[in-house]
Structure formats: C-alpha cells, structure tokens
Design a protein around this ligand. Structure first.
Ligand code: PRP
Length: 216
C-alpha cells in the first residue's frame, strides 16, 4: 500500500479554497473538478511508458512515448460527492470505463465518538474489471474508512485489477491505516491528511460535508 500526498502548490491552493467556509457551491464544485484533473496527472506519473516513433508532416521520424495503461482504466464514483472529482479525472482518462456506487454512512446508528460507521449501499453498477486494468475509486473524503472498505468489498467482486487506487481529497491517518490493513495492495492518492476525526465522524479541520457544499 502506497500513500501519495499531492503537494503540487496548485493542488494545495485549490484545497485551501475548498476548506474556506466562504467558498460557494459553484466555486466549490469547480475546485473539485480541477483537483480531479491534477490527480489524474499525478496518477499518470506512476504508469509505465513505452517509447514509440512517429513520422511528422515533414517526413521525419520523431521519438515519443505511449502509455498503454490509459486504455485500461476503470473509474468508480461514490455518490454523490465524487461527481465533480470524476469530471476532472475523466479529462485525463478519456477512455475510462465507469461505474457508480451509492453509499451512505448510517448516522442514525452511529455511536458518538465511534470510528466505525454502518454503511448502507443501495446501488452498485460496475463494469467487468480485467487483470490489466487500473481501478480508480473516487471519493473526496476518507474519514474513518468505513465507506471505502464497504465500496471495495462490492467493487472487487467484478474482477481483480492490476492496481487499485483510491482518489481522495482529504484523508485521515486513521482511515488510511484502516483501509490498508484490510486491502494492503490499495494505493491512496490524496491532497491532505488531516489530524482529527470529531465525535460525529467529520474530518477536522476538513472542509465540511463535500456533497452538501458541492450540490446544496
Ligand atoms: C461522506 C463522504 C464519504 C464518507 C467518508 O459520505 O462523502 O463517502 O462520508 O467517511 P468514512 O471514511 O468515515 O466512511 P456520507 O455518508 O456523508 O454521504 P454523502 O456523501 O452522500 O453526504
């Protein structure tokens, strides 16, 4: 399990806007789209490249690269907060096959202070996953990890990918460790690892409820 914190200054500046309570819905959503795009660039850096040669209009050969993995991407969005993040990821992974999972932390059964949530999954639609695929699960918040663990359990029924990447925006060390304990092969990409989870299971300082801020 590898953890990549995207420390590009632009990603950090966008995250700062998202954290700001004064940032309104449209700007918030645009920020998530832009982070999805930056996360896409970061993920591409970890892919194998092969060298190829093309002929330019001048009739001269030029050396270049090709990234075969770009044709073997499956993106799963965890509704609903992941929608803008995925909009950004798709700008980079234009050929991706896509799936959705609708998951909800059951707040009603949550004991205050508990670092575990019951997760209600009401819809799963995932394409077949092949062993040369790179699976990207997008969910901007990784707090206790309860959601991602439940989502992975469902999604991995559709096949065993070559790599499993969690695309998150804010994560916690607790949540990351918990996911990696259960799925040691997972790779977690995030823009920040925040220090705390409060009584209600919110990330602190965090950015609030990403779904509500993006969609009202
Ligand atoms: C939020 C968030 C993540 C999850 C993370 O979803 O969007 O999916 O919590 O928390 P965890 O790591 O502790 O499971 P929520 O259940 O609030 O649903 P929503 O996105 O529809 O608001």
């Amino acid at each position: 399990g590898k953890v990549v914190v995207i420390d590009h200054p632009l990603a950090q500046a966008i995250l700062t806007t998202l954290r700001d309570r004064n940032t309104k819905q449209i700007e918030f959503r645009k920020g998530l789209v832009r982070l999805g795009r930056l996360m896409g660039y970061e993920i591409v850096k970890s892919m194998d490249i092969e060298t190829v040669e093309v002929e330019t209009p001048l009739g001269v050969k030029a050396k270049g690269v090709r990234i075969r993995d770009l044709d073997h991407i499956v993106i799963i969005q965890v509704l609903r907060a992941a929608m803008p993040l995925v909009e950004g990821l798709v700008k980079i992974f234009a050929n991706a096959r896509m799936g959705v999972v609708s998951a909800r932390r059951v707040e009603e059964s949550h004991v205050p202070g508990s670092l575990d949530f019951d997760i209600e999954i009401t819809y799963v639609k995932v394409p077949r996953i092949f062993d040369d695929d790179i699976l990207i699960i997008a969910d901007p918040m990784l707090a206790t990890g309860s959601t991602i663990i439940s989502v992975l359990r469902q999604v991995l029924k559709y096949g065993a990918p070559k790599r499993t990447i969690i695309a998150s925006v804010i994560a916690t060390k607790y949540g990351i460790d918990r996911v990696l304990r259960e799925y040691s092969f997972a790779e977690i990409y995030t823009v920040a690892i925040d220090p705390e989870i409060n009584e209600k299971g919110y990330i602190v300082p965090g950015l609030g409820d990403a779904g509500d801020r993006a969609f009202g």
